[in-house]
Design a protein around this ligand. Structure first.
Ligand SMILES: O=C(O)c1cc(C(=O)O)c2c(n1)C(=O)C(=O)c1cc(C(=O)O)[nH]c1-2
Length: 249
């Protein structure tokens, strides 16, 4: 049976409550100040691959949209990450974080050393958005419903626990707190409007579950490689690599 708008929204929110990556043990270590500097670096390097792929994903989405009004709304997502004349953009802000934790920004931007499972998961998200229906593609982005809380927790946890954390290094997350609400308000109402049969509601819910798996498996890979059991796959970043050279005084 097709669910009412409210019941369907609750179903989507329940998926986040059960499966969002704020519950992953790696995030508990990171936000609680229990990551070593090397583990923080591993997270920054791998998460950059996600950041760099988000505007590629959004461009793949836009390439399939026939409605200029939808493209007009969606394109701010690309600008939020790639920047504009007046906005530095999320990718550069992330590289500022990379420098603050001691990494060489060109190394991080090269995507060398990214874990294979991170690549597989993130590339699967880009392909999903390229290949599935527009409804499934928008529904997959709705994990962002749950992101403001994790960004706020992260800002607080990193500021409290790590010397590298300050307004400059954490500016990525502060900006997302301003940018994400407009995206998610639009995305949610678009999905609620367009998922008007049971079949479409089921497909949208499955897309959101798929996306929580994309996020969760990245952290599983990070945890296995750099926390426990500490098995770094061949070719992945090894602590000590990719560091910025100390500035000559
Ligand atoms: O730090 C996080 O936990 C987190 C999660 C997510 C998400 O839920 O996919 C995004 C972001 N951050 C983020 O910063 C971001 O720009 C973003 C875009 C998207 C998307 O699917 O289009 N998700 C996310």
């Amino acid at each position: 049976m097709t669910q009412t708008r409210d019941a369907f929204e609750n179903r989507l929110r329940q998926i986040g409550a059960e499966r969002y990556h704020d519950k992953h043990p790696f995030h508990h270590l990171l936000h609680g100040g229990r990551c070593s500097p090397e583990q923080v670096r591993a997270w920054v390097i791998n998460r950059y691959y996600y950041q760099h792929s988000i505007p590629i994903k959004d461009a793949a989405f836009m390439s399939r949209v026939e409605d200029p009004d939808l493209r007009r709304i969606w394109r701010s997502r690309i600008e939020d990450h790639d920047g504009t004349d007046t906005n530095e953009g999320g990718i550069r802000r992330w590289l500022r974080l990379a420098e603050a934790v001691g990494l060489d920004r060109d190394y991080v931007a090269s995507n060398r050393g990214v874990l294979p499972a991170t690549r597989f998961a993130v590339d699967a998200y880009v392909r999903f958005v390229r290949d599935k229906t527009l409804l499934e593609a928008v529904a997959a982005s709705l994990t962002e419903l749950f992101a403001p809380k994790i960004h706020a927790d992260r800002i607080q946890g990193l500021l409290k626990n790590y010397d590298f954390a300050d307004d400059s290094s954490l500016s990525y997350f502060r900006n997302r707190l301003k940018e994400a609400p407009k995206d998610v308000a639009f995305g949610l109402s678009w999905v609620l409007d367009h998922a008007d049969t049971q079949e479409k509601q089921d497909a949208a819910a499955a897309a959101l579950i798929f996306k929580t798996d994309v996020l969760w498996s990245q952290l599983d890979a990070l945890h296995a490689a750099y926390v426990e059991p500490g098995r770094i796959p061949p070719g992945a970043w090894v602590p000590g690599e990719g560091m910025a050279l100390a500035k000559a005084s």
